[in-house]
Write a protein that binds this ligand. Structure first.
Ligand SMILES: [Ca+2]
Length: 197
């Protein structure tokens, strides 16, 4: 009897081994999927795009970028050239008010819009700045293109504003800041100032 049981056990083990040996190769049952290369950020439809509420800027050349720029005085390391270096993580900050900053476009251009951008991060709390725009053909005589008005900067709208005015010819564009309600500075602030036709 004992011998019979041993034979049965051996037979069972042999069948089990055969069964294991016949398991299909995992390579034959795995379905390989090649994902397409990701070339841009994707956002699920249920998450709204915050940029949809940003104040739109003209899709035109920024005539001020990289051009000679001078202000009356800046604070600390926040120098004039930060205001048109094409980066919103660098900024110009004036030393008190009123604060003038003037761009030399290098040639007479037709202009009709100025945009002022702060860093778009919500770390920059909402604030209001009062700004006027003046134009000149010779850098000496300036005419007011947009009178002083208060503009609200808010990360929800891109921390940027635009000033549209009657199109005019100018080689020099000057912004005059007279207020910034931010509690963290005593001067005007702008990460980028853009000038458009
Ligand atoms: Ca900048």
């Amino acid at each position: 009897m004992k011998r019979m049981l041993l034979l049965l056990l051996a037979a069972a083990l042999a069948i089990s081994c055969c069964a294991l040996a016949e398991e299909p190769d995992p390579e034959t049952i795995v379905t390989r999927i090649t994902a397409p290369d990701q070339t841009r950020a994707e956002r699920p439809p249920c998450f709204p795009d915050p940029a949809a509420d940003f104040i739109p800027l003209p899709e035109k050349e920024n005539l001020a970028e990289g051009k000679p720029v001078v202000s009356g005085a800046h604070t600390d390391v926040y120098v004039d050239r930060n205001v048109n270096d094409g980066k919103t993580d660098t900024y110009w900050e004036s030393k008190g008010f009123p604060a003038e900053i003037t761009f030399d476009l290098g040639e007479i251009r037709r202009v009709s819009t100025v945009a002022v951008l702060l860093n778009p991060s919500s770390i920059w709390e909402p604030r209001t700045q009062e700004i006027a725009v003046w134009l000149s053909s010779d850098g000496e005589q300036f005419a007011e293109a947009a009178p002083a008005a208060k503009y609200d900067f808010d990360a929800a709208t891109g921390n940027r504003i635009r000033i549209d005015f009657e199109p005019a010819e100018a080689s020099f564009v000057r912004l005059v800041f007279t207020l910034n309600t931010s509690s963290r500075t005593g001067g005007a602030q702008a990460a980028e100032i853009c000038v458009y036709e």
